[in-house]
Design a protein around this ligand. Structure first.
Ligand code: GDP
Ligand code: GDP
Length: 447
């Protein structure tokens, strides 16, 4: 069995918290604003996101906006959900951006959030937003009273002092010294909606019942890691179970379980996305799948509760069709039908994870790669625009996990999405890359 390494340090998560209307979404947009949408046109990738990848002075991180949820008009419901929201965000984040509003001044709700933040002992950057003009800065004094240190005054709307704020955020990240440290185990994140069967699956793989942590919705237990060895290979299972869907705060819990999943995905090599055989491919499934895809992780789709599905010999194909249609961006992910309850096919999962981890780390010799590219270009000529035709000169693999390639072309602007996809499919046809996204970048080179 081959040795597989992985990066030790996961991408940090930065969560924006604060009471409604202080400008959390504005700040989120300001920070991620310059990001180029590389997945434009990919079918099925959910657009309404509460998270995005960003970077500052060479450090990349995942930014989470906790303000995107519509609570409706029910006041009590609102307060309860806001608490859940803050608690989950605090538990999952590495650094918290706590936003208050200079125009509104210090409010009791700010103090409440501050209290929770202090108790968490996590790094907090106190951000006073809506300081559109330097003159307003005089009124910042009251915010020192929150006990979270010196506030940084910004204007999300005008882009004022955002760099200073990000310098502070980045200064709290774990040191990157051992970022390249390799280890031999495969880290598997088990993610999916509440009640899909994550705990049951993990219990089965570990061969023991672990204590169910809590039945209280919104419980903010962090992901739990367990080590397991199979066929000489070590695995770490990153389990995100622990919240149950039971009360009227369902919606918020479901929403913020995405955050939990996101953190687990960041720390993994291979992501096992569990779907419920009785309720396939919901929006939340797509959201988590989309994230794992964009994060460049190995991906396995597991359809659980297969024992509950009324089936004949056509059912598996029909399920697969539905999944492929609904999650068009995960065509490459293998699908495994299991029952965590009866144990049916569960033992196949670790073998499949080893296979996918190898595909995720696959290197193609440059000569072979260029043969395939050359043949592909001859079989289907590249697109042209106003008499100019795209020329693909040669390619090289620049990295693994996920496999990444650079193609040297006469003019990157002449590339079309459909041709990009054709080339990707050609690589997949020849080399497999089963269960892993692949990245193809273009670089200009004069012919
Ligand atoms: P959230 O509920 O915390 O996500 O807040 P939003 O981002 O939706 O912003 C609430 C309101 O504050 C909106 O009307 C924004 O236009 C406004 N706002 C946000 N940032 C600023 C700012 O820097 N200056 C000013 N003057 N208004 C802002
Ligand atoms: P989690 O929230 O994703 O960790 O889900 P759990 O593992 O706690 O499972 C939620 C419920 O679904 C529990 O009542 C399980 O007994 C049940 N369950 C999990 N897997 C299966 C399965 O394969 N078949 C059936 N029939 N029930 C399952």
């Amino acid at each position: 069995m081959s040795r597989l390494g992985c990066t030790r340090l996961a991408k940090p998560i930065v969560a924006i918290v604060g009471r409604p209307n202080v400008g959390k979404s504005a700040l989120f947009n300001r920070i991620v604003g310059r990001r180029v949408a590389i997945v434009e046109g990919e079918p099925g990738v959910t657009r309404d996101r509460i998270y995005a990848d960003a970077s500052w002075t060479g450090r990349s991180f995942t930014l989470v906006d906790t303000g995107g949820l519509d609570y409706g008009k029910d006041a009590e419901r609102f307060v309860q959900m806001a608490r859940t929201q803050a608690a989950v965000a605090i538990a999952q984040a590495d650094v918290l951006l706590f936003v208050v509003d200079a125009r509104a001044g210090l409010m009791p709700a700010d103090a409440e959030v501050a209290e929770e933040l202090r108790r968490s002992r996590k790094p907090v950057v106190l951000v006073v937003n809506k300081v559109d003009h330097p003159t307003v800065e005089e009124s910042l004094g009251e915010f020192y009273g929150l006990g979270l240190g010196e506030p940084v005054a910004v204007s999300a709307e005008h882009g004022r002092a955002i760099g200073d704020m990000l310098d502070l955020v980045v200064s709290h990240f774990p040191q990157s010294a051992n970022e390249d440290e390799e280890s031999e185990e495969i880290r598997i994140a088990i993610v999916g909606r509440p009640n899909v069967g994550k705990s049951s699956l993990v219990n089965h793989l570990l061969g023991q019942e672990r204590s169910i942590v809590s039945d209280v919705p919104g419980t903010t237990r962090d992901a739990i890691d367990s080590d397991v060895e199979y066929d000489g290979q070590r695995f770490t299972l990153i389990d995100t179970a622990g919240i149950r869907r039971k009360s009227r705060i369902d919606e918020a819990v479901e929403h913020y379980s995405v955050l939990r999943a996101l953190r687990a995905v960041n720390r993994s090599d291979v992501c096992v996305l569990m779907l419920d055989g009785t309720e396939l491919a919901t929006d939340q499934d797509k959201r988590i799948g989309g994230y794992a895809h964009e994060a460049g992780k190995g991906i396995i789709l597991v359809v659980n509760k297969w024992d509950l599905v009324e089936k004949d010999e056509k059912t598996m194909n029909a399920f697969e069709e539905t999944i492929r249609r609904e999650m068009g961006f995960l065509q490459y992910a293998p699908i495994l039908f299991v029952s965590a309850k009866t144990g049916q096919r569960v033992n196949r999962l670790l073998e499949l994870a080893v296979f996918v981890a190898n595909q995720h780390a696959l290197r193609i010799p440059t000569g072979r790669l260029n043969e395939v590219i050359h043949d592909a270009v001859i079989r289907r000529p590249p697109p042209s625009d106003k008499g100019l035709r795209l020329k693909v000169l040669y390619g090289t693999q620049t990295g693994v996990k996920p496999p990444s390639f650079v193609l040297f072309v006469n003019d990157p602007k002449l590339m079309h999405y459909s041709y990009h996809r054709y080339l990707e499919n050609q690589l997949r046809e020849h080399f497999g890359f089963i269960g892993t996204p692949i990245v193809i970048r273009l670089r200009r080179r004069n012919a």
